[in-house]
Design a protein around this ligand. Structure first.
Ligand code: DQA
Length: 143
């Protein structure tokens, strides 16, 4: 049976391509999912995608993955990275391998983006590599 990996995207990432293209590029969430899917095929792993603009829906999704047999989670919590104790607690309680990904280099941006509440309870974190960050996280989780 092949490994399964979940790709979770938080608020406003459904607007990739239209949203601040100078920061996030001109490719859409669908383009991102296609790139991840192509890599998943090469690696021989299954992927599932989930995006929500709602904090509670993301908490529910993480809880639903516990004991589901999932090999790991690639998670871009968007702005909730910097604010959400609830998502931090959900990750910490899950016992899952979670790789936090940010498209932009948050450390080159406003100071409020330098702090992540979720990265300290995640397995690792990647920022600033664009869509490639998701591919790199997938490769890590696939091994
Ligand atoms: C982001 C960075 C966050 O600060 C921001 O709120 C986002 C996207 C990124 O992928 O670079 O929504 O997570």
């Amino acid at each position: 049976m092949s490994k399964k990996i979940a790709i979770l995207n938080g608020p406003n990432l459904d607007r990739l391509g239209k949203r601040e293209p100078d920061v996030y590029g001109s490719q859409t969430l669908e383009d991102l999912e296609k790139a991840v899917l192509a890599e998943a095929d090469c690696l021989g792993v299954e992927v599932e995608f989930f995006q929500s603009n709602h904090e509670g829906a993301l908490v529910d999704k993480i809880s639903s993955l516990v004991d589901s047999g999932i090999a790991g989670v690639v998670f871009n919590p968007g702005a909730y990275t910097h604010t959400s104790v609830a998502l931090r607690d959900a990750i910490a309680a899950s016992g899952l391998f979670v790789v936090e990904v940010h498209i932009s280099n948050v450390y080159q941006r406003e100071e409020f983006r330098h702090k992540s509440l979720t990265a300290p309870v995640s397995t690792g974190a990647i920022a600033g590599l664009g869509f490639y960050g998701y591919v790199a996280a997938l490769r890590f989780l696939a091994q």
